[in-house]
Write a protein that binds this ligand. Sequence first.
Ligand SMILES: Nc1ncnc2c1ncn2[C@@H]1O[C@H](COP(=O)(O)OP(=O)(O)OP(=O)(O)O)[C@@H](O)[C@H]1O
Length: 305
Amino acid sequence: MSSLLDIRNVSKRFTMGGLFGRKVVDAVVDANFSLSAEKPEIFTIIGESGSGKTTLARMILGLEDPTEGEILFRGQKVDRHGRAKRLDFMANVQPVFQNPFEAFNPLKKIERYLESTARRFLHTTDKAVIDKAMDEALQKVGLSLKEVRGRFPHEMSGGQLQRCAIARALIPNPPLLIADEPVSMVDASLRMSIVNLLKSLRDDLGVSVIYITHDLATAYYISNRLIIMQRGRIVEMGDARTVLDNPEHPYSRLLKASVLSTDDAGAGKLATDPAMVSLATDMVGKPGRLVDRADGRSVRVYEGA
Ligand SMILES: Nc1ncnc2c1ncn2[C@@H]1O[C@H](COP(=O)(O)OP(=O)(O)OP(=O)(O)O)[C@@H](O)[C@H]1O
C-alpha cells in the first residue's frame, strides 16, 4: 500500500533564553505514524493544551522543521525551503485553522481570499475559470459563490466563515487537510455541521483529514484512527473506537474521565480526581516504549510499571 504521509521518528525541541536561564521544551518526541494514499481517513490527534498537537501539525504543514526525524508526503521529504516545491506541496496539504475570524481580514471581502487562492494554485487569471473553481469549492461545503459574493467576514456566522475557510482550502483539490481545532471557536449549535462536513469530505470526496482536538466526543464520532499525546509523546494509538471505548494508558483514561473545567474551556485543561491525575502524570518525561496490542492499538509502557 502506498502512503500519503509518513511521520518517521519526528521530534521537535524548542530552546529559549540566553546563556543563563536556558529553557528547553521537547514539544514532540519521536512521533511515528503513516496515512495510506488509498484509504482516506480522519486521523485525529488528541491531547490537552501543550501536548504538542499544533507543533506536530506545523511540521506536517512544513511551517516548522523537525529537530530530528523526517516527514514524507507521497514518499518525498517535506521541504519548506524551495518556493516551487513549496507551492506544489501546499496544493496537496492544506490547513484549516481554529479561528475563522482570524483567518480572514475583516476589511476584505471573503471572495478575495478565494480568488487569490484560485489564481495561485490554478495558475490562471481567467475570471470565468476562477469563479467556477470558487463556486465548486463553496458547493462542496454547502455554500455557493452567489451567497458569498460581496460579503465581509463579519456578515457571516462563525460556522459559515469556517465553511468558507474550508472551501478556500479545497480549491487546489488537496488529498490532505490539516484541521487544527476547527470547531473550537464555532458556536456549539453549529459545531456538528462542521464535523459532519469533514466526514463528508472524507466519504464523498476522498480527502484525508488530520483532525486536531481535545474534544473526545467529536473525535469519537468522526475519527478512523487516533493518537493520544501527552507532553509531546504518543501514549496510545489505534482505531478510534477501540481506544476510546476502553483506553489503556493512564493518561488516555484520565482524558476520558475528565471534565474540562469551564473557566478553561477551549484551553483544554484537565480537572478531575487527583489520584487519577497523579497516576497519569507520573510517567511524564519517561520515555517508555510503544507496544503493539492484539487488538491493533499501541500503548506506551514503562520499565518496572
Ligand atoms: N515557537 C515556540 N517556541 C517555544 N516553545 C514552543 C513554541 N511552540 C510551541 N512551544 C511549546 O511546545 C509545547 C507544545 O505546544 P503546542 O502548541 O504544540 O501544544 P498543543 O497541544 O497544540 O496546545 P494547544 O491545545 O494549547 O494549542 C508547549 O510547551 C509550548 O509552550
